[in-house]
Design a protein around this ligand. Structure first.
Ligand SMILES: [Zn+2]
Ligand SMILES: [Zn+2]
Length: 427
């Protein structure tokens, strides 16, 4: 509760400043509303834990979220929000319209579960995301008279299949609501109480790179060259501390240090797919790059590597029409708006202190979130919300079979992000 305590301290500090200067009234109003957020969140906390337990016991796979969506819609309607349903699947949108002019700021929660040995399970924490967003809707609705503009809560289905966001966009999401800014968060293995993000890519851009050869005379040599060429893209040495995931949170080389080793890299998985069909031989590798510029260079570097190869001349004229390079699995990648991200982290840090982390490194494991497709239309930020309590053996590693969440994260999440949305409305 360290960060909450320092937040309250900050509130008290601002209130006392306001007593001496009326010019600080704006800041004082904001401080008071954040205090109200914290009080309201604390008052509904046990109710939210019960909501989470209910969702947790009824996980539904992507595209099958009927029960979850009905529960969400019922809660939002009971609170008094305007509800829009079923745009691009089992989605629910709840709108708080203050009736006063101002910005429209949106928050997304994903609602689906993942396939498990038992059928389905909330091993990606989307039950927590849903509960936090419902909590935010309740807290902020209770403060409606003090807000301006519109708040839009988006409950998105089918995130796990990377299809839900696009389906919503294809089926009229931007006609139904027009957010000026759009935010979201995902449970992460950081300790509960921490929230983190960075400008630009948060996860490495992950792609399948296909080298397609036609009229191959020496298939074995061709396959070997293709694999070698793709492997040569890797920029991280075998013995680098990069490969030990424990180093992601290391204070000197981890994601949170400006000198992090998790930037400006290209990494290649050790598996390849080979397909020989008719005249065409295709060798596919899986490549992650920490930024778009490096990803764009891959084509050139691969061609160069193959042209330099001693094998090259013997079977194919590199750079002629008989060799092609294509990409697949080219998914939308989380790309946070630089200024909004900076401002959001700053405003949460001001209220909640040391619980807010600015990241510099790009997470290298090929994870992603289809919130990326919303970001292609609406600027905003995707946050990581710590959910672990290592002292109790609770590790919130998404998709791990023993995935577990410290439920206090519900309170942290509702506080942090309700305060964020209030700040973004700009009182
Ligand atoms: Zn997942
Ligand atoms: Zn997830």
């Amino acid at each position: 509760m360290k960060s909450i305590t320092s937040g309250i301290f900050h509130v008290i500090l601002l209130c006392s400043l306001a007593l001496i200067s009326f010019q600080e009234a704006g800041a004082a109003d904001n401080a008071f509303i954040h205090q109200q957020i914290q009080q309201k969140t604390s008052a509904i906390y046990s109710e939210l834990v019960a909501v989470r337990n209910n969702l947790h016991q009824h996980p539904e796979l992507s595209g099958e979220e009927q029960r979850t969506a009905s529960k969400i819609a019922a809660s939002l309607t009971a609170l008094g929000l305007d509800v829009i349903r079923d745009i691009g699947g089992h989605s629910v949108i709840g709108v708080i319209d203050t009736g006063k002019p101002g910005k429209s700021v949106a928050w997304r929660a994903d609602i689906d579960a993942i396939p498990t040995a038992e059928g389905a399970g909330h091993n990606c924490g989307h039950d927590i995301h849903t509960t936090v967003a419902l909590g935010m809707a309740e807290v902020l609705y209770s403060l409606k008279s003090q807000l301006t503009g519109k708040l839009i809560f988006v409950f998105q289905p089918a995130e796990e299949t990377y299809t839900g966001a696009r389906a919503m966009l294809d089926e009229g999401f931007l006609t139904a609501v027009q957010p000026d800014e759009f935010y979201a968060a995902h449970i992460s293995p950081m300790p509960a109480g921490l929230v983190a993000s960075k400008a630009g890519y948060l996860y490495a851009d992950y792609r399948q790179v296909n080298l397609v050869f036609n009229n191959v005379v020496e298939p074995e040599a061709t396959i070997a060259l293709a694999k070698q060429s793709i492997m040569s893209l890797q920029s991280v040495a075998k013995e680098s501390p990069f490969w030990n995931t424990a180093n992601l949170m290391d204070p000197t080389i981890g994601l949170g240090n400006p000198d992090t080793i998790y930037q400006n890299y290209v990494v290649v998985e050790s598996r390849f797919d080979v397909e020989h069909a008719g005249e065409a031989l295709t060798v596919s590798g899986y490549v992650s790059a920490s930024n778009n510029e490096l990803m764009q260079l891959i084509n050139k570097r691969l061609r160069q590597k193959m042209a330099d190869s001693e094998f090259a001349a013997s079977f194919v004229e590199v750079n002629n029409q008989s060799t092609q390079l294509t990409y697949s699995l080219q998914r939308g990648n989380i790309n946070n708006a630089a200024q909004l991200t900076e401002q959001s982290l700053q405003s949460m840090a001001k209220i909640y202190g040391g619980g807010v982390l600015k990241l510099y490194g790009v997470i290298p494991d090929g994870r992603g979130d289809d919130f990326a497709y919303f970001q292609q239309h609406i600027p905003g930020t995707y946050f990581l919300l710590g959910g672990s309590d290592f002292s109790k053996g609770i590790v919130a590693m998404p998709h791990a079979p023993n995935f577990a969440v410290d439920e206090r994260v519900i309170e942290y999440g509702v506080n942090y992000f309700s305060s964020l949305l209030v700040e973004r409305l700009g009182l």
